[in-house]
Design a protein around this ligand. Structure first.
Ligand code: NAD
Length: 358
């Protein structure tokens, strides 16, 4: 069929050493950037995305168009669709799966808890079931989150720190994902690497994230809300630029060992890893807003409110020595440099569209 032909073309690798990668959540923010990076260096890449309406689907379609032009075909479908996944694995012997499809966002979990269970738990299990039975078994790299550190008060966060106090259902679903991944590694010998991303930002970013809607609201002259603790110090985040995250993802894929299929029986054979991918330099949201004001040349109308107990933690800060050691991970973009690139993209992207009413 045409569908199969598109998949075979998209999966074609340009050099012998290259991998064939299934990228789930390919029309998402991180998925788009990772897919492009893999394609550019010669890997075979197939995307999968259900184009859900959590945020602006036009933006997802625009990313898809960009991927299409780069030769990455994005299959429209859900990671819960066993038949579809089986069909994909029948057509393409994937060496790797980069699993980025998820229900993201911490506050939305209070409105739609079921979508977190659907995508982050049931969907992940469905994908792992297919991977476990695939021949060859692909090595899996997937996105966990810094949110697993929850109400932990020890900074910076290290991979060995406690993760037993999730502050939102989103965090709990990512933590559950880590436990599920460990089980599949142990029983079925799947090679699995979890990456705990810290607040990723950049061009083609997510409209539900603060740096994005602050930009929009500042330009529109709309008031923005900054949350702060009882000490009147604003929330701080270890903002990490998308290109740094992409490098970490690619390096995790490249260093992933093959799945063994033998699970815990052959000791030490199947690989299970978890890494922080952050910037190691937390910035208070007040500072983020100052940088945006400078770049946009507009003063923000600010309102300060106490941090609600709905999922956001007060600060995040990554210790990245493990990723540095094993992945050669080294973030190089500071917040101002990264935001400059975001703002440039934002203005170009929304020029002429409805949003540019400012
Ligand atoms: P995103 O929402 O832009 O991308 C996720 C994509 O997955 C979306 O395009 C969505 O349509 C798709 N998707 C969702 N559920 C699906 C399903 N059931 N089947 C198929 N497709 C589905 O988010 P992102 O920022 O690109 O995040 C990528 C991954 O990184 C997610 O797992 C997210 O939880 C994780 N993460 C992101 C950040 C960040 O700051 N951006 C931080 C920590 C972790």
């Amino acid at each position: 069929s045409r569908w199969e032909k598109r998949i075979r073309t998209s999966a074609r690798v340009r050099s012998r050493s290259s991998s064939t990668v299934l990228v789930t959540g390919a029309a998402g923010f991180v998925g788009t950037h990772v897919s492009l990076a893999l394609k550019r260096r010669g890997d075979g890449v197939i995307g999968l995305d259900n184009f859900n309406e959590y945020y602006d689907t036009k933006l997802k379609r625009a990313r898809q168009e960009m991927l299409d032009q780069a030769g990455v075909f994005v299959v429209e479908g859900d990671i819960n669709d066993r038949e579809l996944l089986n069909k994909l694995f029948d057509v393409v012997p994937f060496t790797h799966v980069m699993h980025l499809a998820a229900q993201a966002g911490v506050r939305y979990a209070m409105q739609n808890p079921a979508s977190y269970v659907h995508s982050n738990i049931a969907g992940f299990v469905n994908l792992l079931e297919v991977c476990k039975s695939a021949n060859p078994q692909p090595a899996i790299v997937w996105a966990s989150s810094s949110s697993v550190y929850g109400l932990n008060s020890k900074v910076p966060f290290s991979e060995k720190d406690r993760t037993d106090q999730p502050a939102s259902l989103y965090a709990a679903s990512k933590k559950a994902g880590e436990e599920i991944a460990h089980t599949y590694n142990h029983i079925y010998g799947l090679s699995i690497t979890g990456l705990r991303f810290f607040t990723v930002y950049g061009p083609w970013g997510r409209p539900d994230m603060a740096y994005f809607f602050f930009t929009e609201d500042i330009l529109k002259g709309k008031e923005i809300t900054i949350y702060e603790g009882s000490d009147h110090i604003s929330v701080a985040r270890d903002f990490t630029y998308i290109d740094d995250i992409v490098k970490g993802c690619v390096s995790a894929l490249d260093s992933a060992k093959k799945s063994t299929g033998s699970g815990g029986k052959k000791k030490g054979s199947a690989q299970f890893r978890i890494f922080n991918l952050g910037n190691t330099s937390p910035v208070p949201v007040t500072k983020l807003v100052n940088i945006l004001e400078k770049l946009l040349k507009v003063k923000a109308k600010k309102k300060f409110l106490p941090l609600p107990r709905n999922g956001d933690v007060k600060f995040t800060h990554a210790n990245i020595s493990l990723a540095q050691r094993d992945l050669g991970y080294k973030p190089t973009t500071d917040l101002e440099t990264g935001l400059k690139k975001f703002v440039k993209w934002y203005i170009r992207y929304y020029k002429g569209s409805k949003r540019s009413s400012w």
